[in-house]
Write a protein that binds this ligand. Structure first.
Ligand code: AMP
Length: 408
């Protein structure tokens, strides 16, 4: 099915075509008509499924048909867990509404509040914000919610993980009851459903089967290697396979900085994003990575939440996450919206326990490849010796993702 069958306006169809999208993803097929009909929606969908467009497109269409905002007022509010995600959602709204008269902006902590206050003075159609900064803006009288038509909670499960529950409930109390509410979350866990209680009016539940699609669009490989030789192996992999854009996940901020130093010393352009870096440095690093100036972006889990780099070919787990679910979030950065991706994990013997729990969660055993010259010294797991070269997949092969829908 094409986008034109979804009853989107010509202005939006034009903007979609300019983005290069031809076919709606599963979540877009389900969510766009539901949101356009004015219904509340609760959707289980991970980043990488095309979920952002599944709410920004119909939201912009609904807003374009109404009246302009009053001074200090906003017509729609999107709450996100992180600054990076707020910036990305805002960018997506601006892209899609480029042929429409829609005013939108993002507001998040770590940046000066004054320019955000200035943007709100004339009123906005959409404000994308992190909960803490939104409450600050409200406390300063910079934003008012009477007449708010639409609330979106993006990555609700992440907001709970990051401890934003009180802030979200405080924000929700400030909003008019008469509104449309949308929620997107990787899972509709009990905690998420508890948060949602009382916020929705007979919502439509949409679930997009992400687990299946993950397995079918991402090639996952394990390289057993001693901890102290990981950086050497990573440099070897990048150079030998001519990887041009690699997102590397690492557990600690210190580890991220020292890895960046080693990569740079080896002539590989690299930067890190983690909580100790300024917002300016993080934004800069992400922009340089997206534009291709950096080959490697080294990120800790928190900094990388919700990060969207379109058609990312490669993700490397420099070490395995302690929580198995984080592995799924990490590798979900590649193989996005139907493109094939490669996820490589460098695994020291101390991490075999974590590896097992990840395999149990996903329900599959990954291919193990010991690379020539990097044989682990002790307790090497049984594996066929294979150091064949492989490159990243080119983002051309498409998949069909399964989806299912049920009413509550
Ligand atoms: P999201 O799940 O919103 O983080 O989107 C994941 C990636 O897919 C983003 O880079 C989008 O730009 C891209 N995308 C979203 N919708 C489509 C589509 N219909 N066709 C191709 N790419 C898409």
């Amino acid at each position: 099915m094409s986008f034109s069958a979804l009853h989107l306006s010509d202005e939006l169809l034009k903007a979609i075509a300019e983005q290069g999208y031809t076919t709606p993803t599963a979540i877009q097929l389900e969510a766009i008509p539901a949101v356009l009909s004015g219904r509340d929606v609760m959707a289980a969908a991970q980043t990488g499924t095309g979920k952002t467009a599944s709410f920004t497109l119909p939201m912009v269409q609904l807003l374009a048909g109404g009246e302009s905002p009053r001074a200090l007022h906003i017509r729609a509010l999107v709450l996100t867990p992180t600054r990076e995600l707020a910036a990305q959602v805002s960018e997506s709204i601006q892209n899609y509404s480029r042929h429409l008269n829609i005013l939108s902006a993002a507001a998040f902590g770590g940046e000066r509040i004054e320019p955000q206050i200035t943007k709100l003075q004339a009123g906005l159609d959409v404000l994308v914000a992190t909960p803490g900064r939104l409450l600050d803006l409200h406390a300063q009288g910079a934003v008012q919610f009477e007449g708010l038509e639409l609330l979106v909670l993006d990555e609700a499960d992440r907001m709970l993980d990051l401890g934003f529950i009180d802030e979200i409930l405080r924000v929700e109390k400030l909003l008019p009851k008469q509104r449309q509410t949308l929620m997107f979350s990787a899972t509709l866990s009990n905690e998420v459903q508890t948060l949602a209680k009382g916020m929705f009016n007979s919502p439509l539940l949409i679930e997009v089967d992400a687990e299946n699609s993950t397995a079918s669009t991402i090639k996952q490989v394990i390289h057993p290697v001693n901890q102290e030789r990981k950086s050497e192996l990573l440099i070897d992999l990048i150079k030998r396979n001519k990887w041009h854009q690699v997102l590397v996940f690492i557990r600690t901020k210190k580890g991220a900085d020292s890895l960046v130093r080693e990569l740079k010393a080896a002539g590989i352009p690299a930067e890190s994003i983690h909580a100790n870096r300024t917002q300016h440095a993080r934004t800069h690093a992400l922009a340089d990575f997206k534009s291709g100036q950096l080959v490697v972006l080294v990120a800790t889990d928190i900094a990388a939440r919700g990060l969207d780099v379109s058609q990312l070919p490669c993700v490397v787990n420099y070490d395995l996450p302690y929580v198995a679910e984080d592995y799924v979030h990490r590798i979900g950065r590649t193989g996005r919206a139907g493109n094939l991706g490669l996820a490589v994990s460098l695994v020291d013997e101390d991490e075999y326990k974590q590896l097992k729990s990840i395999e149990a969660l996903i329900g599959m055993k990954f291919e193990r490849k010991i690379l020539r010259g990097f044989m682990p010294t002790e307790k090497a797991p049984k594996s066929e010796f294979d150091d064949a070269e492989y490159g990243c997949f080119e983002p051309d092969a498409k998949r069909k993702s399964k989806s299912r829908k049920r009413r509550r």
